[in-house]
Design a protein around this ligand. Structure first.
Ligand SMILES: NC(=O)c1ccc[n+]([C@@H]2O[C@H](COP(=O)([O-])OP(=O)(O)OC[C@H]3O[C@@H](n4cnc5c(N)ncnc54)[C@H](O)[C@@H]3O)[C@@H](O)[C@H]2O)c1
Length: 361
């Protein structure tokens, strides 16, 4: 078992059966009522294992959230809050979020707001959740198609990361999570990038060493978050690929949703291009990044009007201030530069660049 701490939140990576979950449940939360939040897929794939492994959870109330980013919205939160109220859940009770990033983001938000805050635990079940979404205390929901516009920073009591849950995760979702692992390498660890870019992901996933890569990725995020827990400065680095990525993800939400990691991967291609245009990385590095990413992630052809919508949506990105759009760009591979102003013309140019990468393939 590998463990990390951010403030009072303990992160344990490894076999959940030998983790401190059991003692937490029977000691600190012995008299608490437990609410397990799942979506339809984690209900079917992960819940039974959890309940049979931890008999204290047999009595838990299970609440089912609808699957997908399009449901990471206030209407669903309201329904859960009403149900919590109906079950007379008190501030001493415990919410357990069992799912991918949608469940942990929304479940963390629901728990943080209800009666000014219930304790909650994250058990991420997607790769993206394990290496990224569950870590770092950001909870939240979307406002219409605008991503993560409502939310609070609130750390869970504990996070339990067990690779066993990945056994039922569809391959495209595994590849989605890999995008955030690649991102952590690009912004913070050039040596890791050199390993990942030269390794086939599926081979890596099936190797006994994969849990070390999960732990490494978590460690990179923990180090960044611990130094700047409320994103006043350096933590913004973690948003590399996300300014343009979120714009693309939002536009696709209206028609045919794509996975978060897929959108971020396309965003990383575009933002690497911007890094190159601003002479922050060399052409050779740009080619290396685009070749690696375009090998795993499909092109999404946006029409001119969809590209325009992406630029419009980016104007509402959380990292902006009144001086305009600010991106996180790469400064060489393994480092990032935050708060770089980028004009709308450049953003559009970067969207066209994505097309050119895939056209060339
Ligand atoms: N809070 C943060 O710091 C942070 C960071 C990155 C991403 N996010 C958010 O995370 C979300 C994306 O997370 P995600 O990719 O995990 O999305 P998700 O929660 O929608 O999960 C992806 C899909 O996999 C299914 N699934 C999850 N675990 C499964 C399992 N073990 N077996 C079978 N199916 C399973 C889900 O039901 C869903 O269909 C986005 O909303 C994004 O904004 C948050």
């Amino acid at each position: 078992l590998k463990t990390f701490n951010i403030d009072f939140c303990q992160i344990e990576i490894g076999n959940i059966e030998t983790s401190s979950l059991e003692s937490l449940l029977v000691n600190r939360y012995l008299n608490a009522r437990k609410i397990i939040l799942v979506d339809e897929n984690t209900h079917d794939c992960c819940l039974e294992y959890l309940i049979t492994t931890f008999p204290t959870l047999e009595e838990a109330e299970v609440m089912l959230l609808p699957v997908g980013e399009e449901n990471k919205v206030m209407e669903v939160c309201f329904q859960v809050w009403e149900a919590l109220s109906e079950y007379q859940i008190t501030r001493n009770d415990l919410v357990i979020n069992l799912g991918g990033g949608v469940v942990t983001d929304m479940g963390g938000f629901i728990a943080s707001i209800y009666k000014r805050g219930l304790d909650f635990i994250h058990i991420p079940t997607s790769l993206l959740g394990m290496v990224d979404a569950a870590i770092g205390g950001k909870t939240g929901i979307d406002l219409g198609v605008l991503k993560n516009q409502l939310g609070v920073f609130q750390y869970p009591q504990a996070i339990f990361i067990d690779q066993r849950f990945l056994a039922t995760l569809p391959e495209n979702e595994l590849v989605s999570g890999f995008a955030e692992m690649l991102k952590h390498a690009l912004i913070a660890d050039g040596d890791l990038w050199n390993v990942l870019k030269g390794t086939d992901f599926i081979t890596l996933l099936n190797s006994p060493k994969f849990s070390d890569f999960i732990a490494h990725s978590v460690a990179l995020k923990v180090a960044i978050v611990a130094a700047d827990p409320y994103e006043k400065g350096e933590r913004k680095k973690l948003n590399f690929g996300h300014t343009i990525g979120h714009g693309i993800e939002s536009v696709c939400l209206l028609e045919e949703p794509i996975s978060h990691g897929h959108a971020v991967a396309l965003g990383m291609i575009a933002e690497s291009y911007l890094s190159y245009k601003l002479e922050l990385i060399q052409e050779r590095e740009l080619v290396e990044i685009t070749t690696t990413l375009s090998n795993y992630y499909d092109h999404v052809q946006l029409t001119d009007s969809a590209k325009k919508s992406v630029i419009e949506l980016i104007q509402n990105d959380k990292k902006n201030d009144h001086t305009g759009v600010k991106c996180v760009l790469l400064k060489g591979i393994g480092e990032a530069q935050i708060d770089v102003h980028v004009s709308n013309e450049r953003l559009l140019d970067a969207l066209h660049y994505i097309d050119s990468v895939f056209r060339a393939n």
